[in-house]
Design a protein around this ligand. Structure first.
Ligand SMILES: *[C@@H]1O[C@H](CO)[C@@H](O)[C@H](O)[C@H]1NC(C)=O
Ligand SMILES: *[C@@H]1O[C@H](CO)[C@@H](O)[C@H](O)[C@H]1NC(C)=O
Ligand SMILES: *[C@@H]1O[C@H](CO)[C@@H](O)[C@H](O)[C@H]1NC(C)=O
Ligand SMILES: *[C@@H]1O[C@H](CO)[C@@H](O)[C@H](O)[C@H]1NC(C)=O
Ligand SMILES: *[C@@H]1O[C@H](CO)[C@@H](O)[C@H](O)[C@H]1NC(C)=O
Ligand SMILES: *[C@@H]1O[C@H](CO)[C@@H](O)[C@H](O)[C@H]1NC(C)=O
Ligand SMILES: *[C@@H]1O[C@H](CO)[C@@H](O)[C@H](O)[C@H]1NC(C)=O
Ligand SMILES: *[C@@H]1O[C@H](CO)[C@@H](O)[C@H](O)[C@H]1NC(C)=O
Ligand SMILES: *[C@@H]1O[C@H](CO)[C@@H](O)[C@H](O)[C@H]1NC(C)=O
Length: 550
């Protein structure tokens, strides 16, 4: 039996190689008869698939199915057109396969034909045929797709370039792309350097106001330039209101502009109210809106006395409302100090400051203390105010009877008919130290500003006890004798100081009245050990010099 089949295959192979058309089993009526005798109809094999079309990319693997029910010992042949690819026969001893095609890409899995890596020439009709009489067969068509580069196109899904969602919701951004090969899609957001993701879909969960913006998908497949599509995502959220300046300084009959920045989607309604909730006078005041920076402003042409006070910039949309408080004030601005931090005298210092006040300054309240005083020991006094043709005022005050080489802190508040200025700055100055040549480290930095806090104890001046070769100016004797020199044994004494100690050994220096400083208020100062030492050194130098000359 199998000998016969083999023989048939052999014959067919010869015939097909001779270019004859048709099925191998259509060759002899006597054979058909023979098969039908052996296999009644209900035992005949059945192919359980319909004809199919395959469109396969060049180079891909193709599996062409031919599932057979009850093949029995019939022979199954796969052919391309008339060319036999392989023959399968199972006679109960395992399948017998006759590979006819020498093409190594042609393979088999069960009764399926496999073409490993299709080529353009593979485009053909493939037939799976069983040696019944008449033969039963199925034919599949293969189309080989040759890749043609098609430049990419990209559109926002549904061509909708604007998308609105509510805050907290999820935004599904999608772009539709075409092109061959399939373009790679990347997402970016205007103003962000980092890409947000890849693929046609971009999902933003729990959207926030900051997610507002223009999202761009870029499609690139190497064929032609990358293309872009943008979606403007609007996350609807309640207004966020921020005052431009929380306090606006002006004066009667000057102009003034209060402003606030409002961030809201959809666009909010913005209104200005007085402190008591009454709306501002729309006839006298101008309300403006700058779309570029979302700045809403309230403009006063000529401020009247009654205009001073608090205003709210109130914004609302259907998502909610919010407001910011702005103060229109006639009080002076904080004082700015303009004198150098290091004075040029040892016991005097002239402090210079400026202030902006639209109306005359009635008085300046000055508070000062020395470097070792605690924060509660401010000495407060008042100096007369200033009038000015402009809003700029300048004033100076000389502190007298200060300690040489000592640091002082000062705060000034200016007062006019509308109130007192805020104290914005604690100014530090230092008097000249006639002995020490090195100014304190922290005063070498010119414009250093000491913050308005309690950390003054950290700012301790380090005056080095350097002795100059020539005699330093003599301090007033009464100051020197005013203090009992107390030199602690732990001090690292210089040679001169040791001499000084020798001279005064056993001699008590009588206490005297304390030195006083300041013009309007009297305040006592005592010397630091270092200052005492410096003065002693000066005295010793003077004594040794005088004994040398006379
Ligand atoms: C052969 O076909 C069977 C089922 O049709 C499948 O499970 C198996 O993976 C295939 N083997 C190969 C090598 O393709
Ligand atoms: C989107 O618009 C482009 C041209 O503007 C058009 O070619 C395309 O068909 C549109 N797509 C849809 C889904 O409307
Ligand atoms: C993108 O999302 C759409 C639904 O919005 C979905 O049909 C599609 O499969 C998604 N595509 C990918 C690549 O996830
Ligand atoms: C403003 O917001 C508050 C809650 O923050 C709400 O109670 C009030 O009704 C809102 N007013 C308007 C006019 O939307
Ligand atoms: C804003 O004004 C509305 C009235 O228009 C008021 O109901 C709301 O409370 C105000 N919102 C704020 C935060 O002041
Ligand atoms: C003195 O000035 C200091 C610092 O400016 C201030 O804290 C204090 O309240 C003032 N005291 C008086 C009595 O004005
Ligand atoms: C407060 O002082 C700082 C410097 O210390 C200055 O930059 C700032 O502008 C001042 N503020 C006002 C309102 O003058
Ligand atoms: C004293 O100062 C000298 C140099 O100025 C130094 O070498 C010495 O260690 C110091 N002594 C003490 C006790 O600090
Ligand atoms: C600072 O002033 C206090 C008195 O208010 C005085 O006792 C102290 O010695 C002074 N310190 C300096 C370094 O002048």
């Amino acid at each position: 039996m199998w000998m016969l089949s083999l023989c048939l295959v052999w014959i067919y192979g010869m015939r097909s190689s001779l270019g004859q058309v048709g099925s191998p089993w259509h060759t002899g009526a006597e054979n058909d008869y023979y098969y039908e005798q052996l296999h009644p109809d209900d035992d005949l094999p059945v192919i359980t698939t319909d004809e199919q079309q395959f469109a396969i990319n060049l180079g891909e693997l193709l599996v062409i199915p031919c599932p057979v029910h009850n093949l029995g010992d019939f022979t199954l042949v796969w052919r391309r057109g008339n060319q036999i690819l392989w023959v399968l026969q199972d006679r109960g001893e395992g399948p017998f396969i006759q590979a006819v095609s020498r093409d190594p890409r042609i393979n088999r899995n069960g009764t399926s034909l496999i073409i490993n890596g299709v080529l353009p020439d593979d485009e053909s009709i493939y037939t799976c045929e069983i040696s019944t009489s008449p033969p039963r067969s199925v034919s599949h068509t293969l189309k080989v797709k040759v890749i043609v580069a098609v430049p990419p196109t990209v559109y926002p899904a549904n061509n909708r370039t604007t998308m609105m969602i509510k805050m907290g919701g999820t935004a599904y951004l999608r772009c539709v792309v075409t092109g061959n090969p399939m373009p790679k899609v990347t997402w970016t957001k205007e103003g962000l350097a980092q890409p947000l993701g890849e693929g046609v879909n971009l999902t933003l969960t729990n959207a926030r106001a900051e997610d507002n913006g223009i999202y761009t998908c870029t499609a690139d497949n190497g064929a032609g330039d990358p293309v872009h599509a943008s979606i403007n995502l609007q996350v609807m959220h309640p207004p966020e209101v921020m005052a431009d300046k929380i306090e606006v300084y002006s004066g009667v009959s000057y102009d003034a502009t209060l402003a606030c920045f409002v961030n809201a989607t959809p666009r909010p309604q913005v209104k200005w109210y007085r402190e008591n909730g009454s709306p501002v006078d729309p006839l006298r005041l101008k309300v403006a809106y700058d779309t570029r920076n979302k700045k809403h402003s309230l403009q006063f042409d000529r401020v009247q006395k009654g205009d001073f006070g608090y205003y709210t910039c109130n914004a609302s949309n259907f998502m909610g409302n919010s407001s910011a408080l702005v103060r229109l004030t006639g009080r002076p601005k904080p004082v700015r100090f303009s004198s150098p931090k290091l004075g040029d005298k040892d016991t005097r210092y002239t402090l210079v400051w400026e202030v902006e006040s639209y109306s005359p300054v009635l008085a300046y309240n000055i508070a000062y203390r020395n470097e070792t005083d605690s924060n509660e020991k401010w000495v407060n006094f008042t100096v007369p105010g200033t009038t000015s043709s402009s809003m700029y005022h300048s004033k100076e005050h000389t502190f007298t009877e200060l300690e040489p080489g000592a640091s002082y802190y000062v705060q000034i508040s200016a007062r006019n008919e509308f109130g007192s200025s805020d104290i914005n700055e604690t100014f530090a100055f230092t008097t000249v130290d006639p002995v020490g040549t090195d100014p304190p480290d922290d005063l070498l930095h010119e414009e250093e500003v000491i913050p308005n806090t309690d950390q003054y104890q950290d700012v301790v001046s380090e005056v080095g006890g350097v002795i100059e070769s020539q005699a330093p100016p003599l301090p007033e004797v009464d100051i020197v004798t005013a203090q009992s020199p107390v030199i602690s044994p732990t001090d690292n004494l210089t040679e001169m100081e040791e001499i000084f100690q020798e001279i005064f050994k056993g001699n008590e220096i009588p206490p005297a009245e304390k030195a006083s400083v300041s013009d309007s208020t009297s305040e006592t100062f005592s010397l630091t050990p270092r200052e005492k030492r410096a003065q002693m050194v000066a005295l010793v130098t003077a004594i040794s010099l005088s004994s040398f000359f006379f």
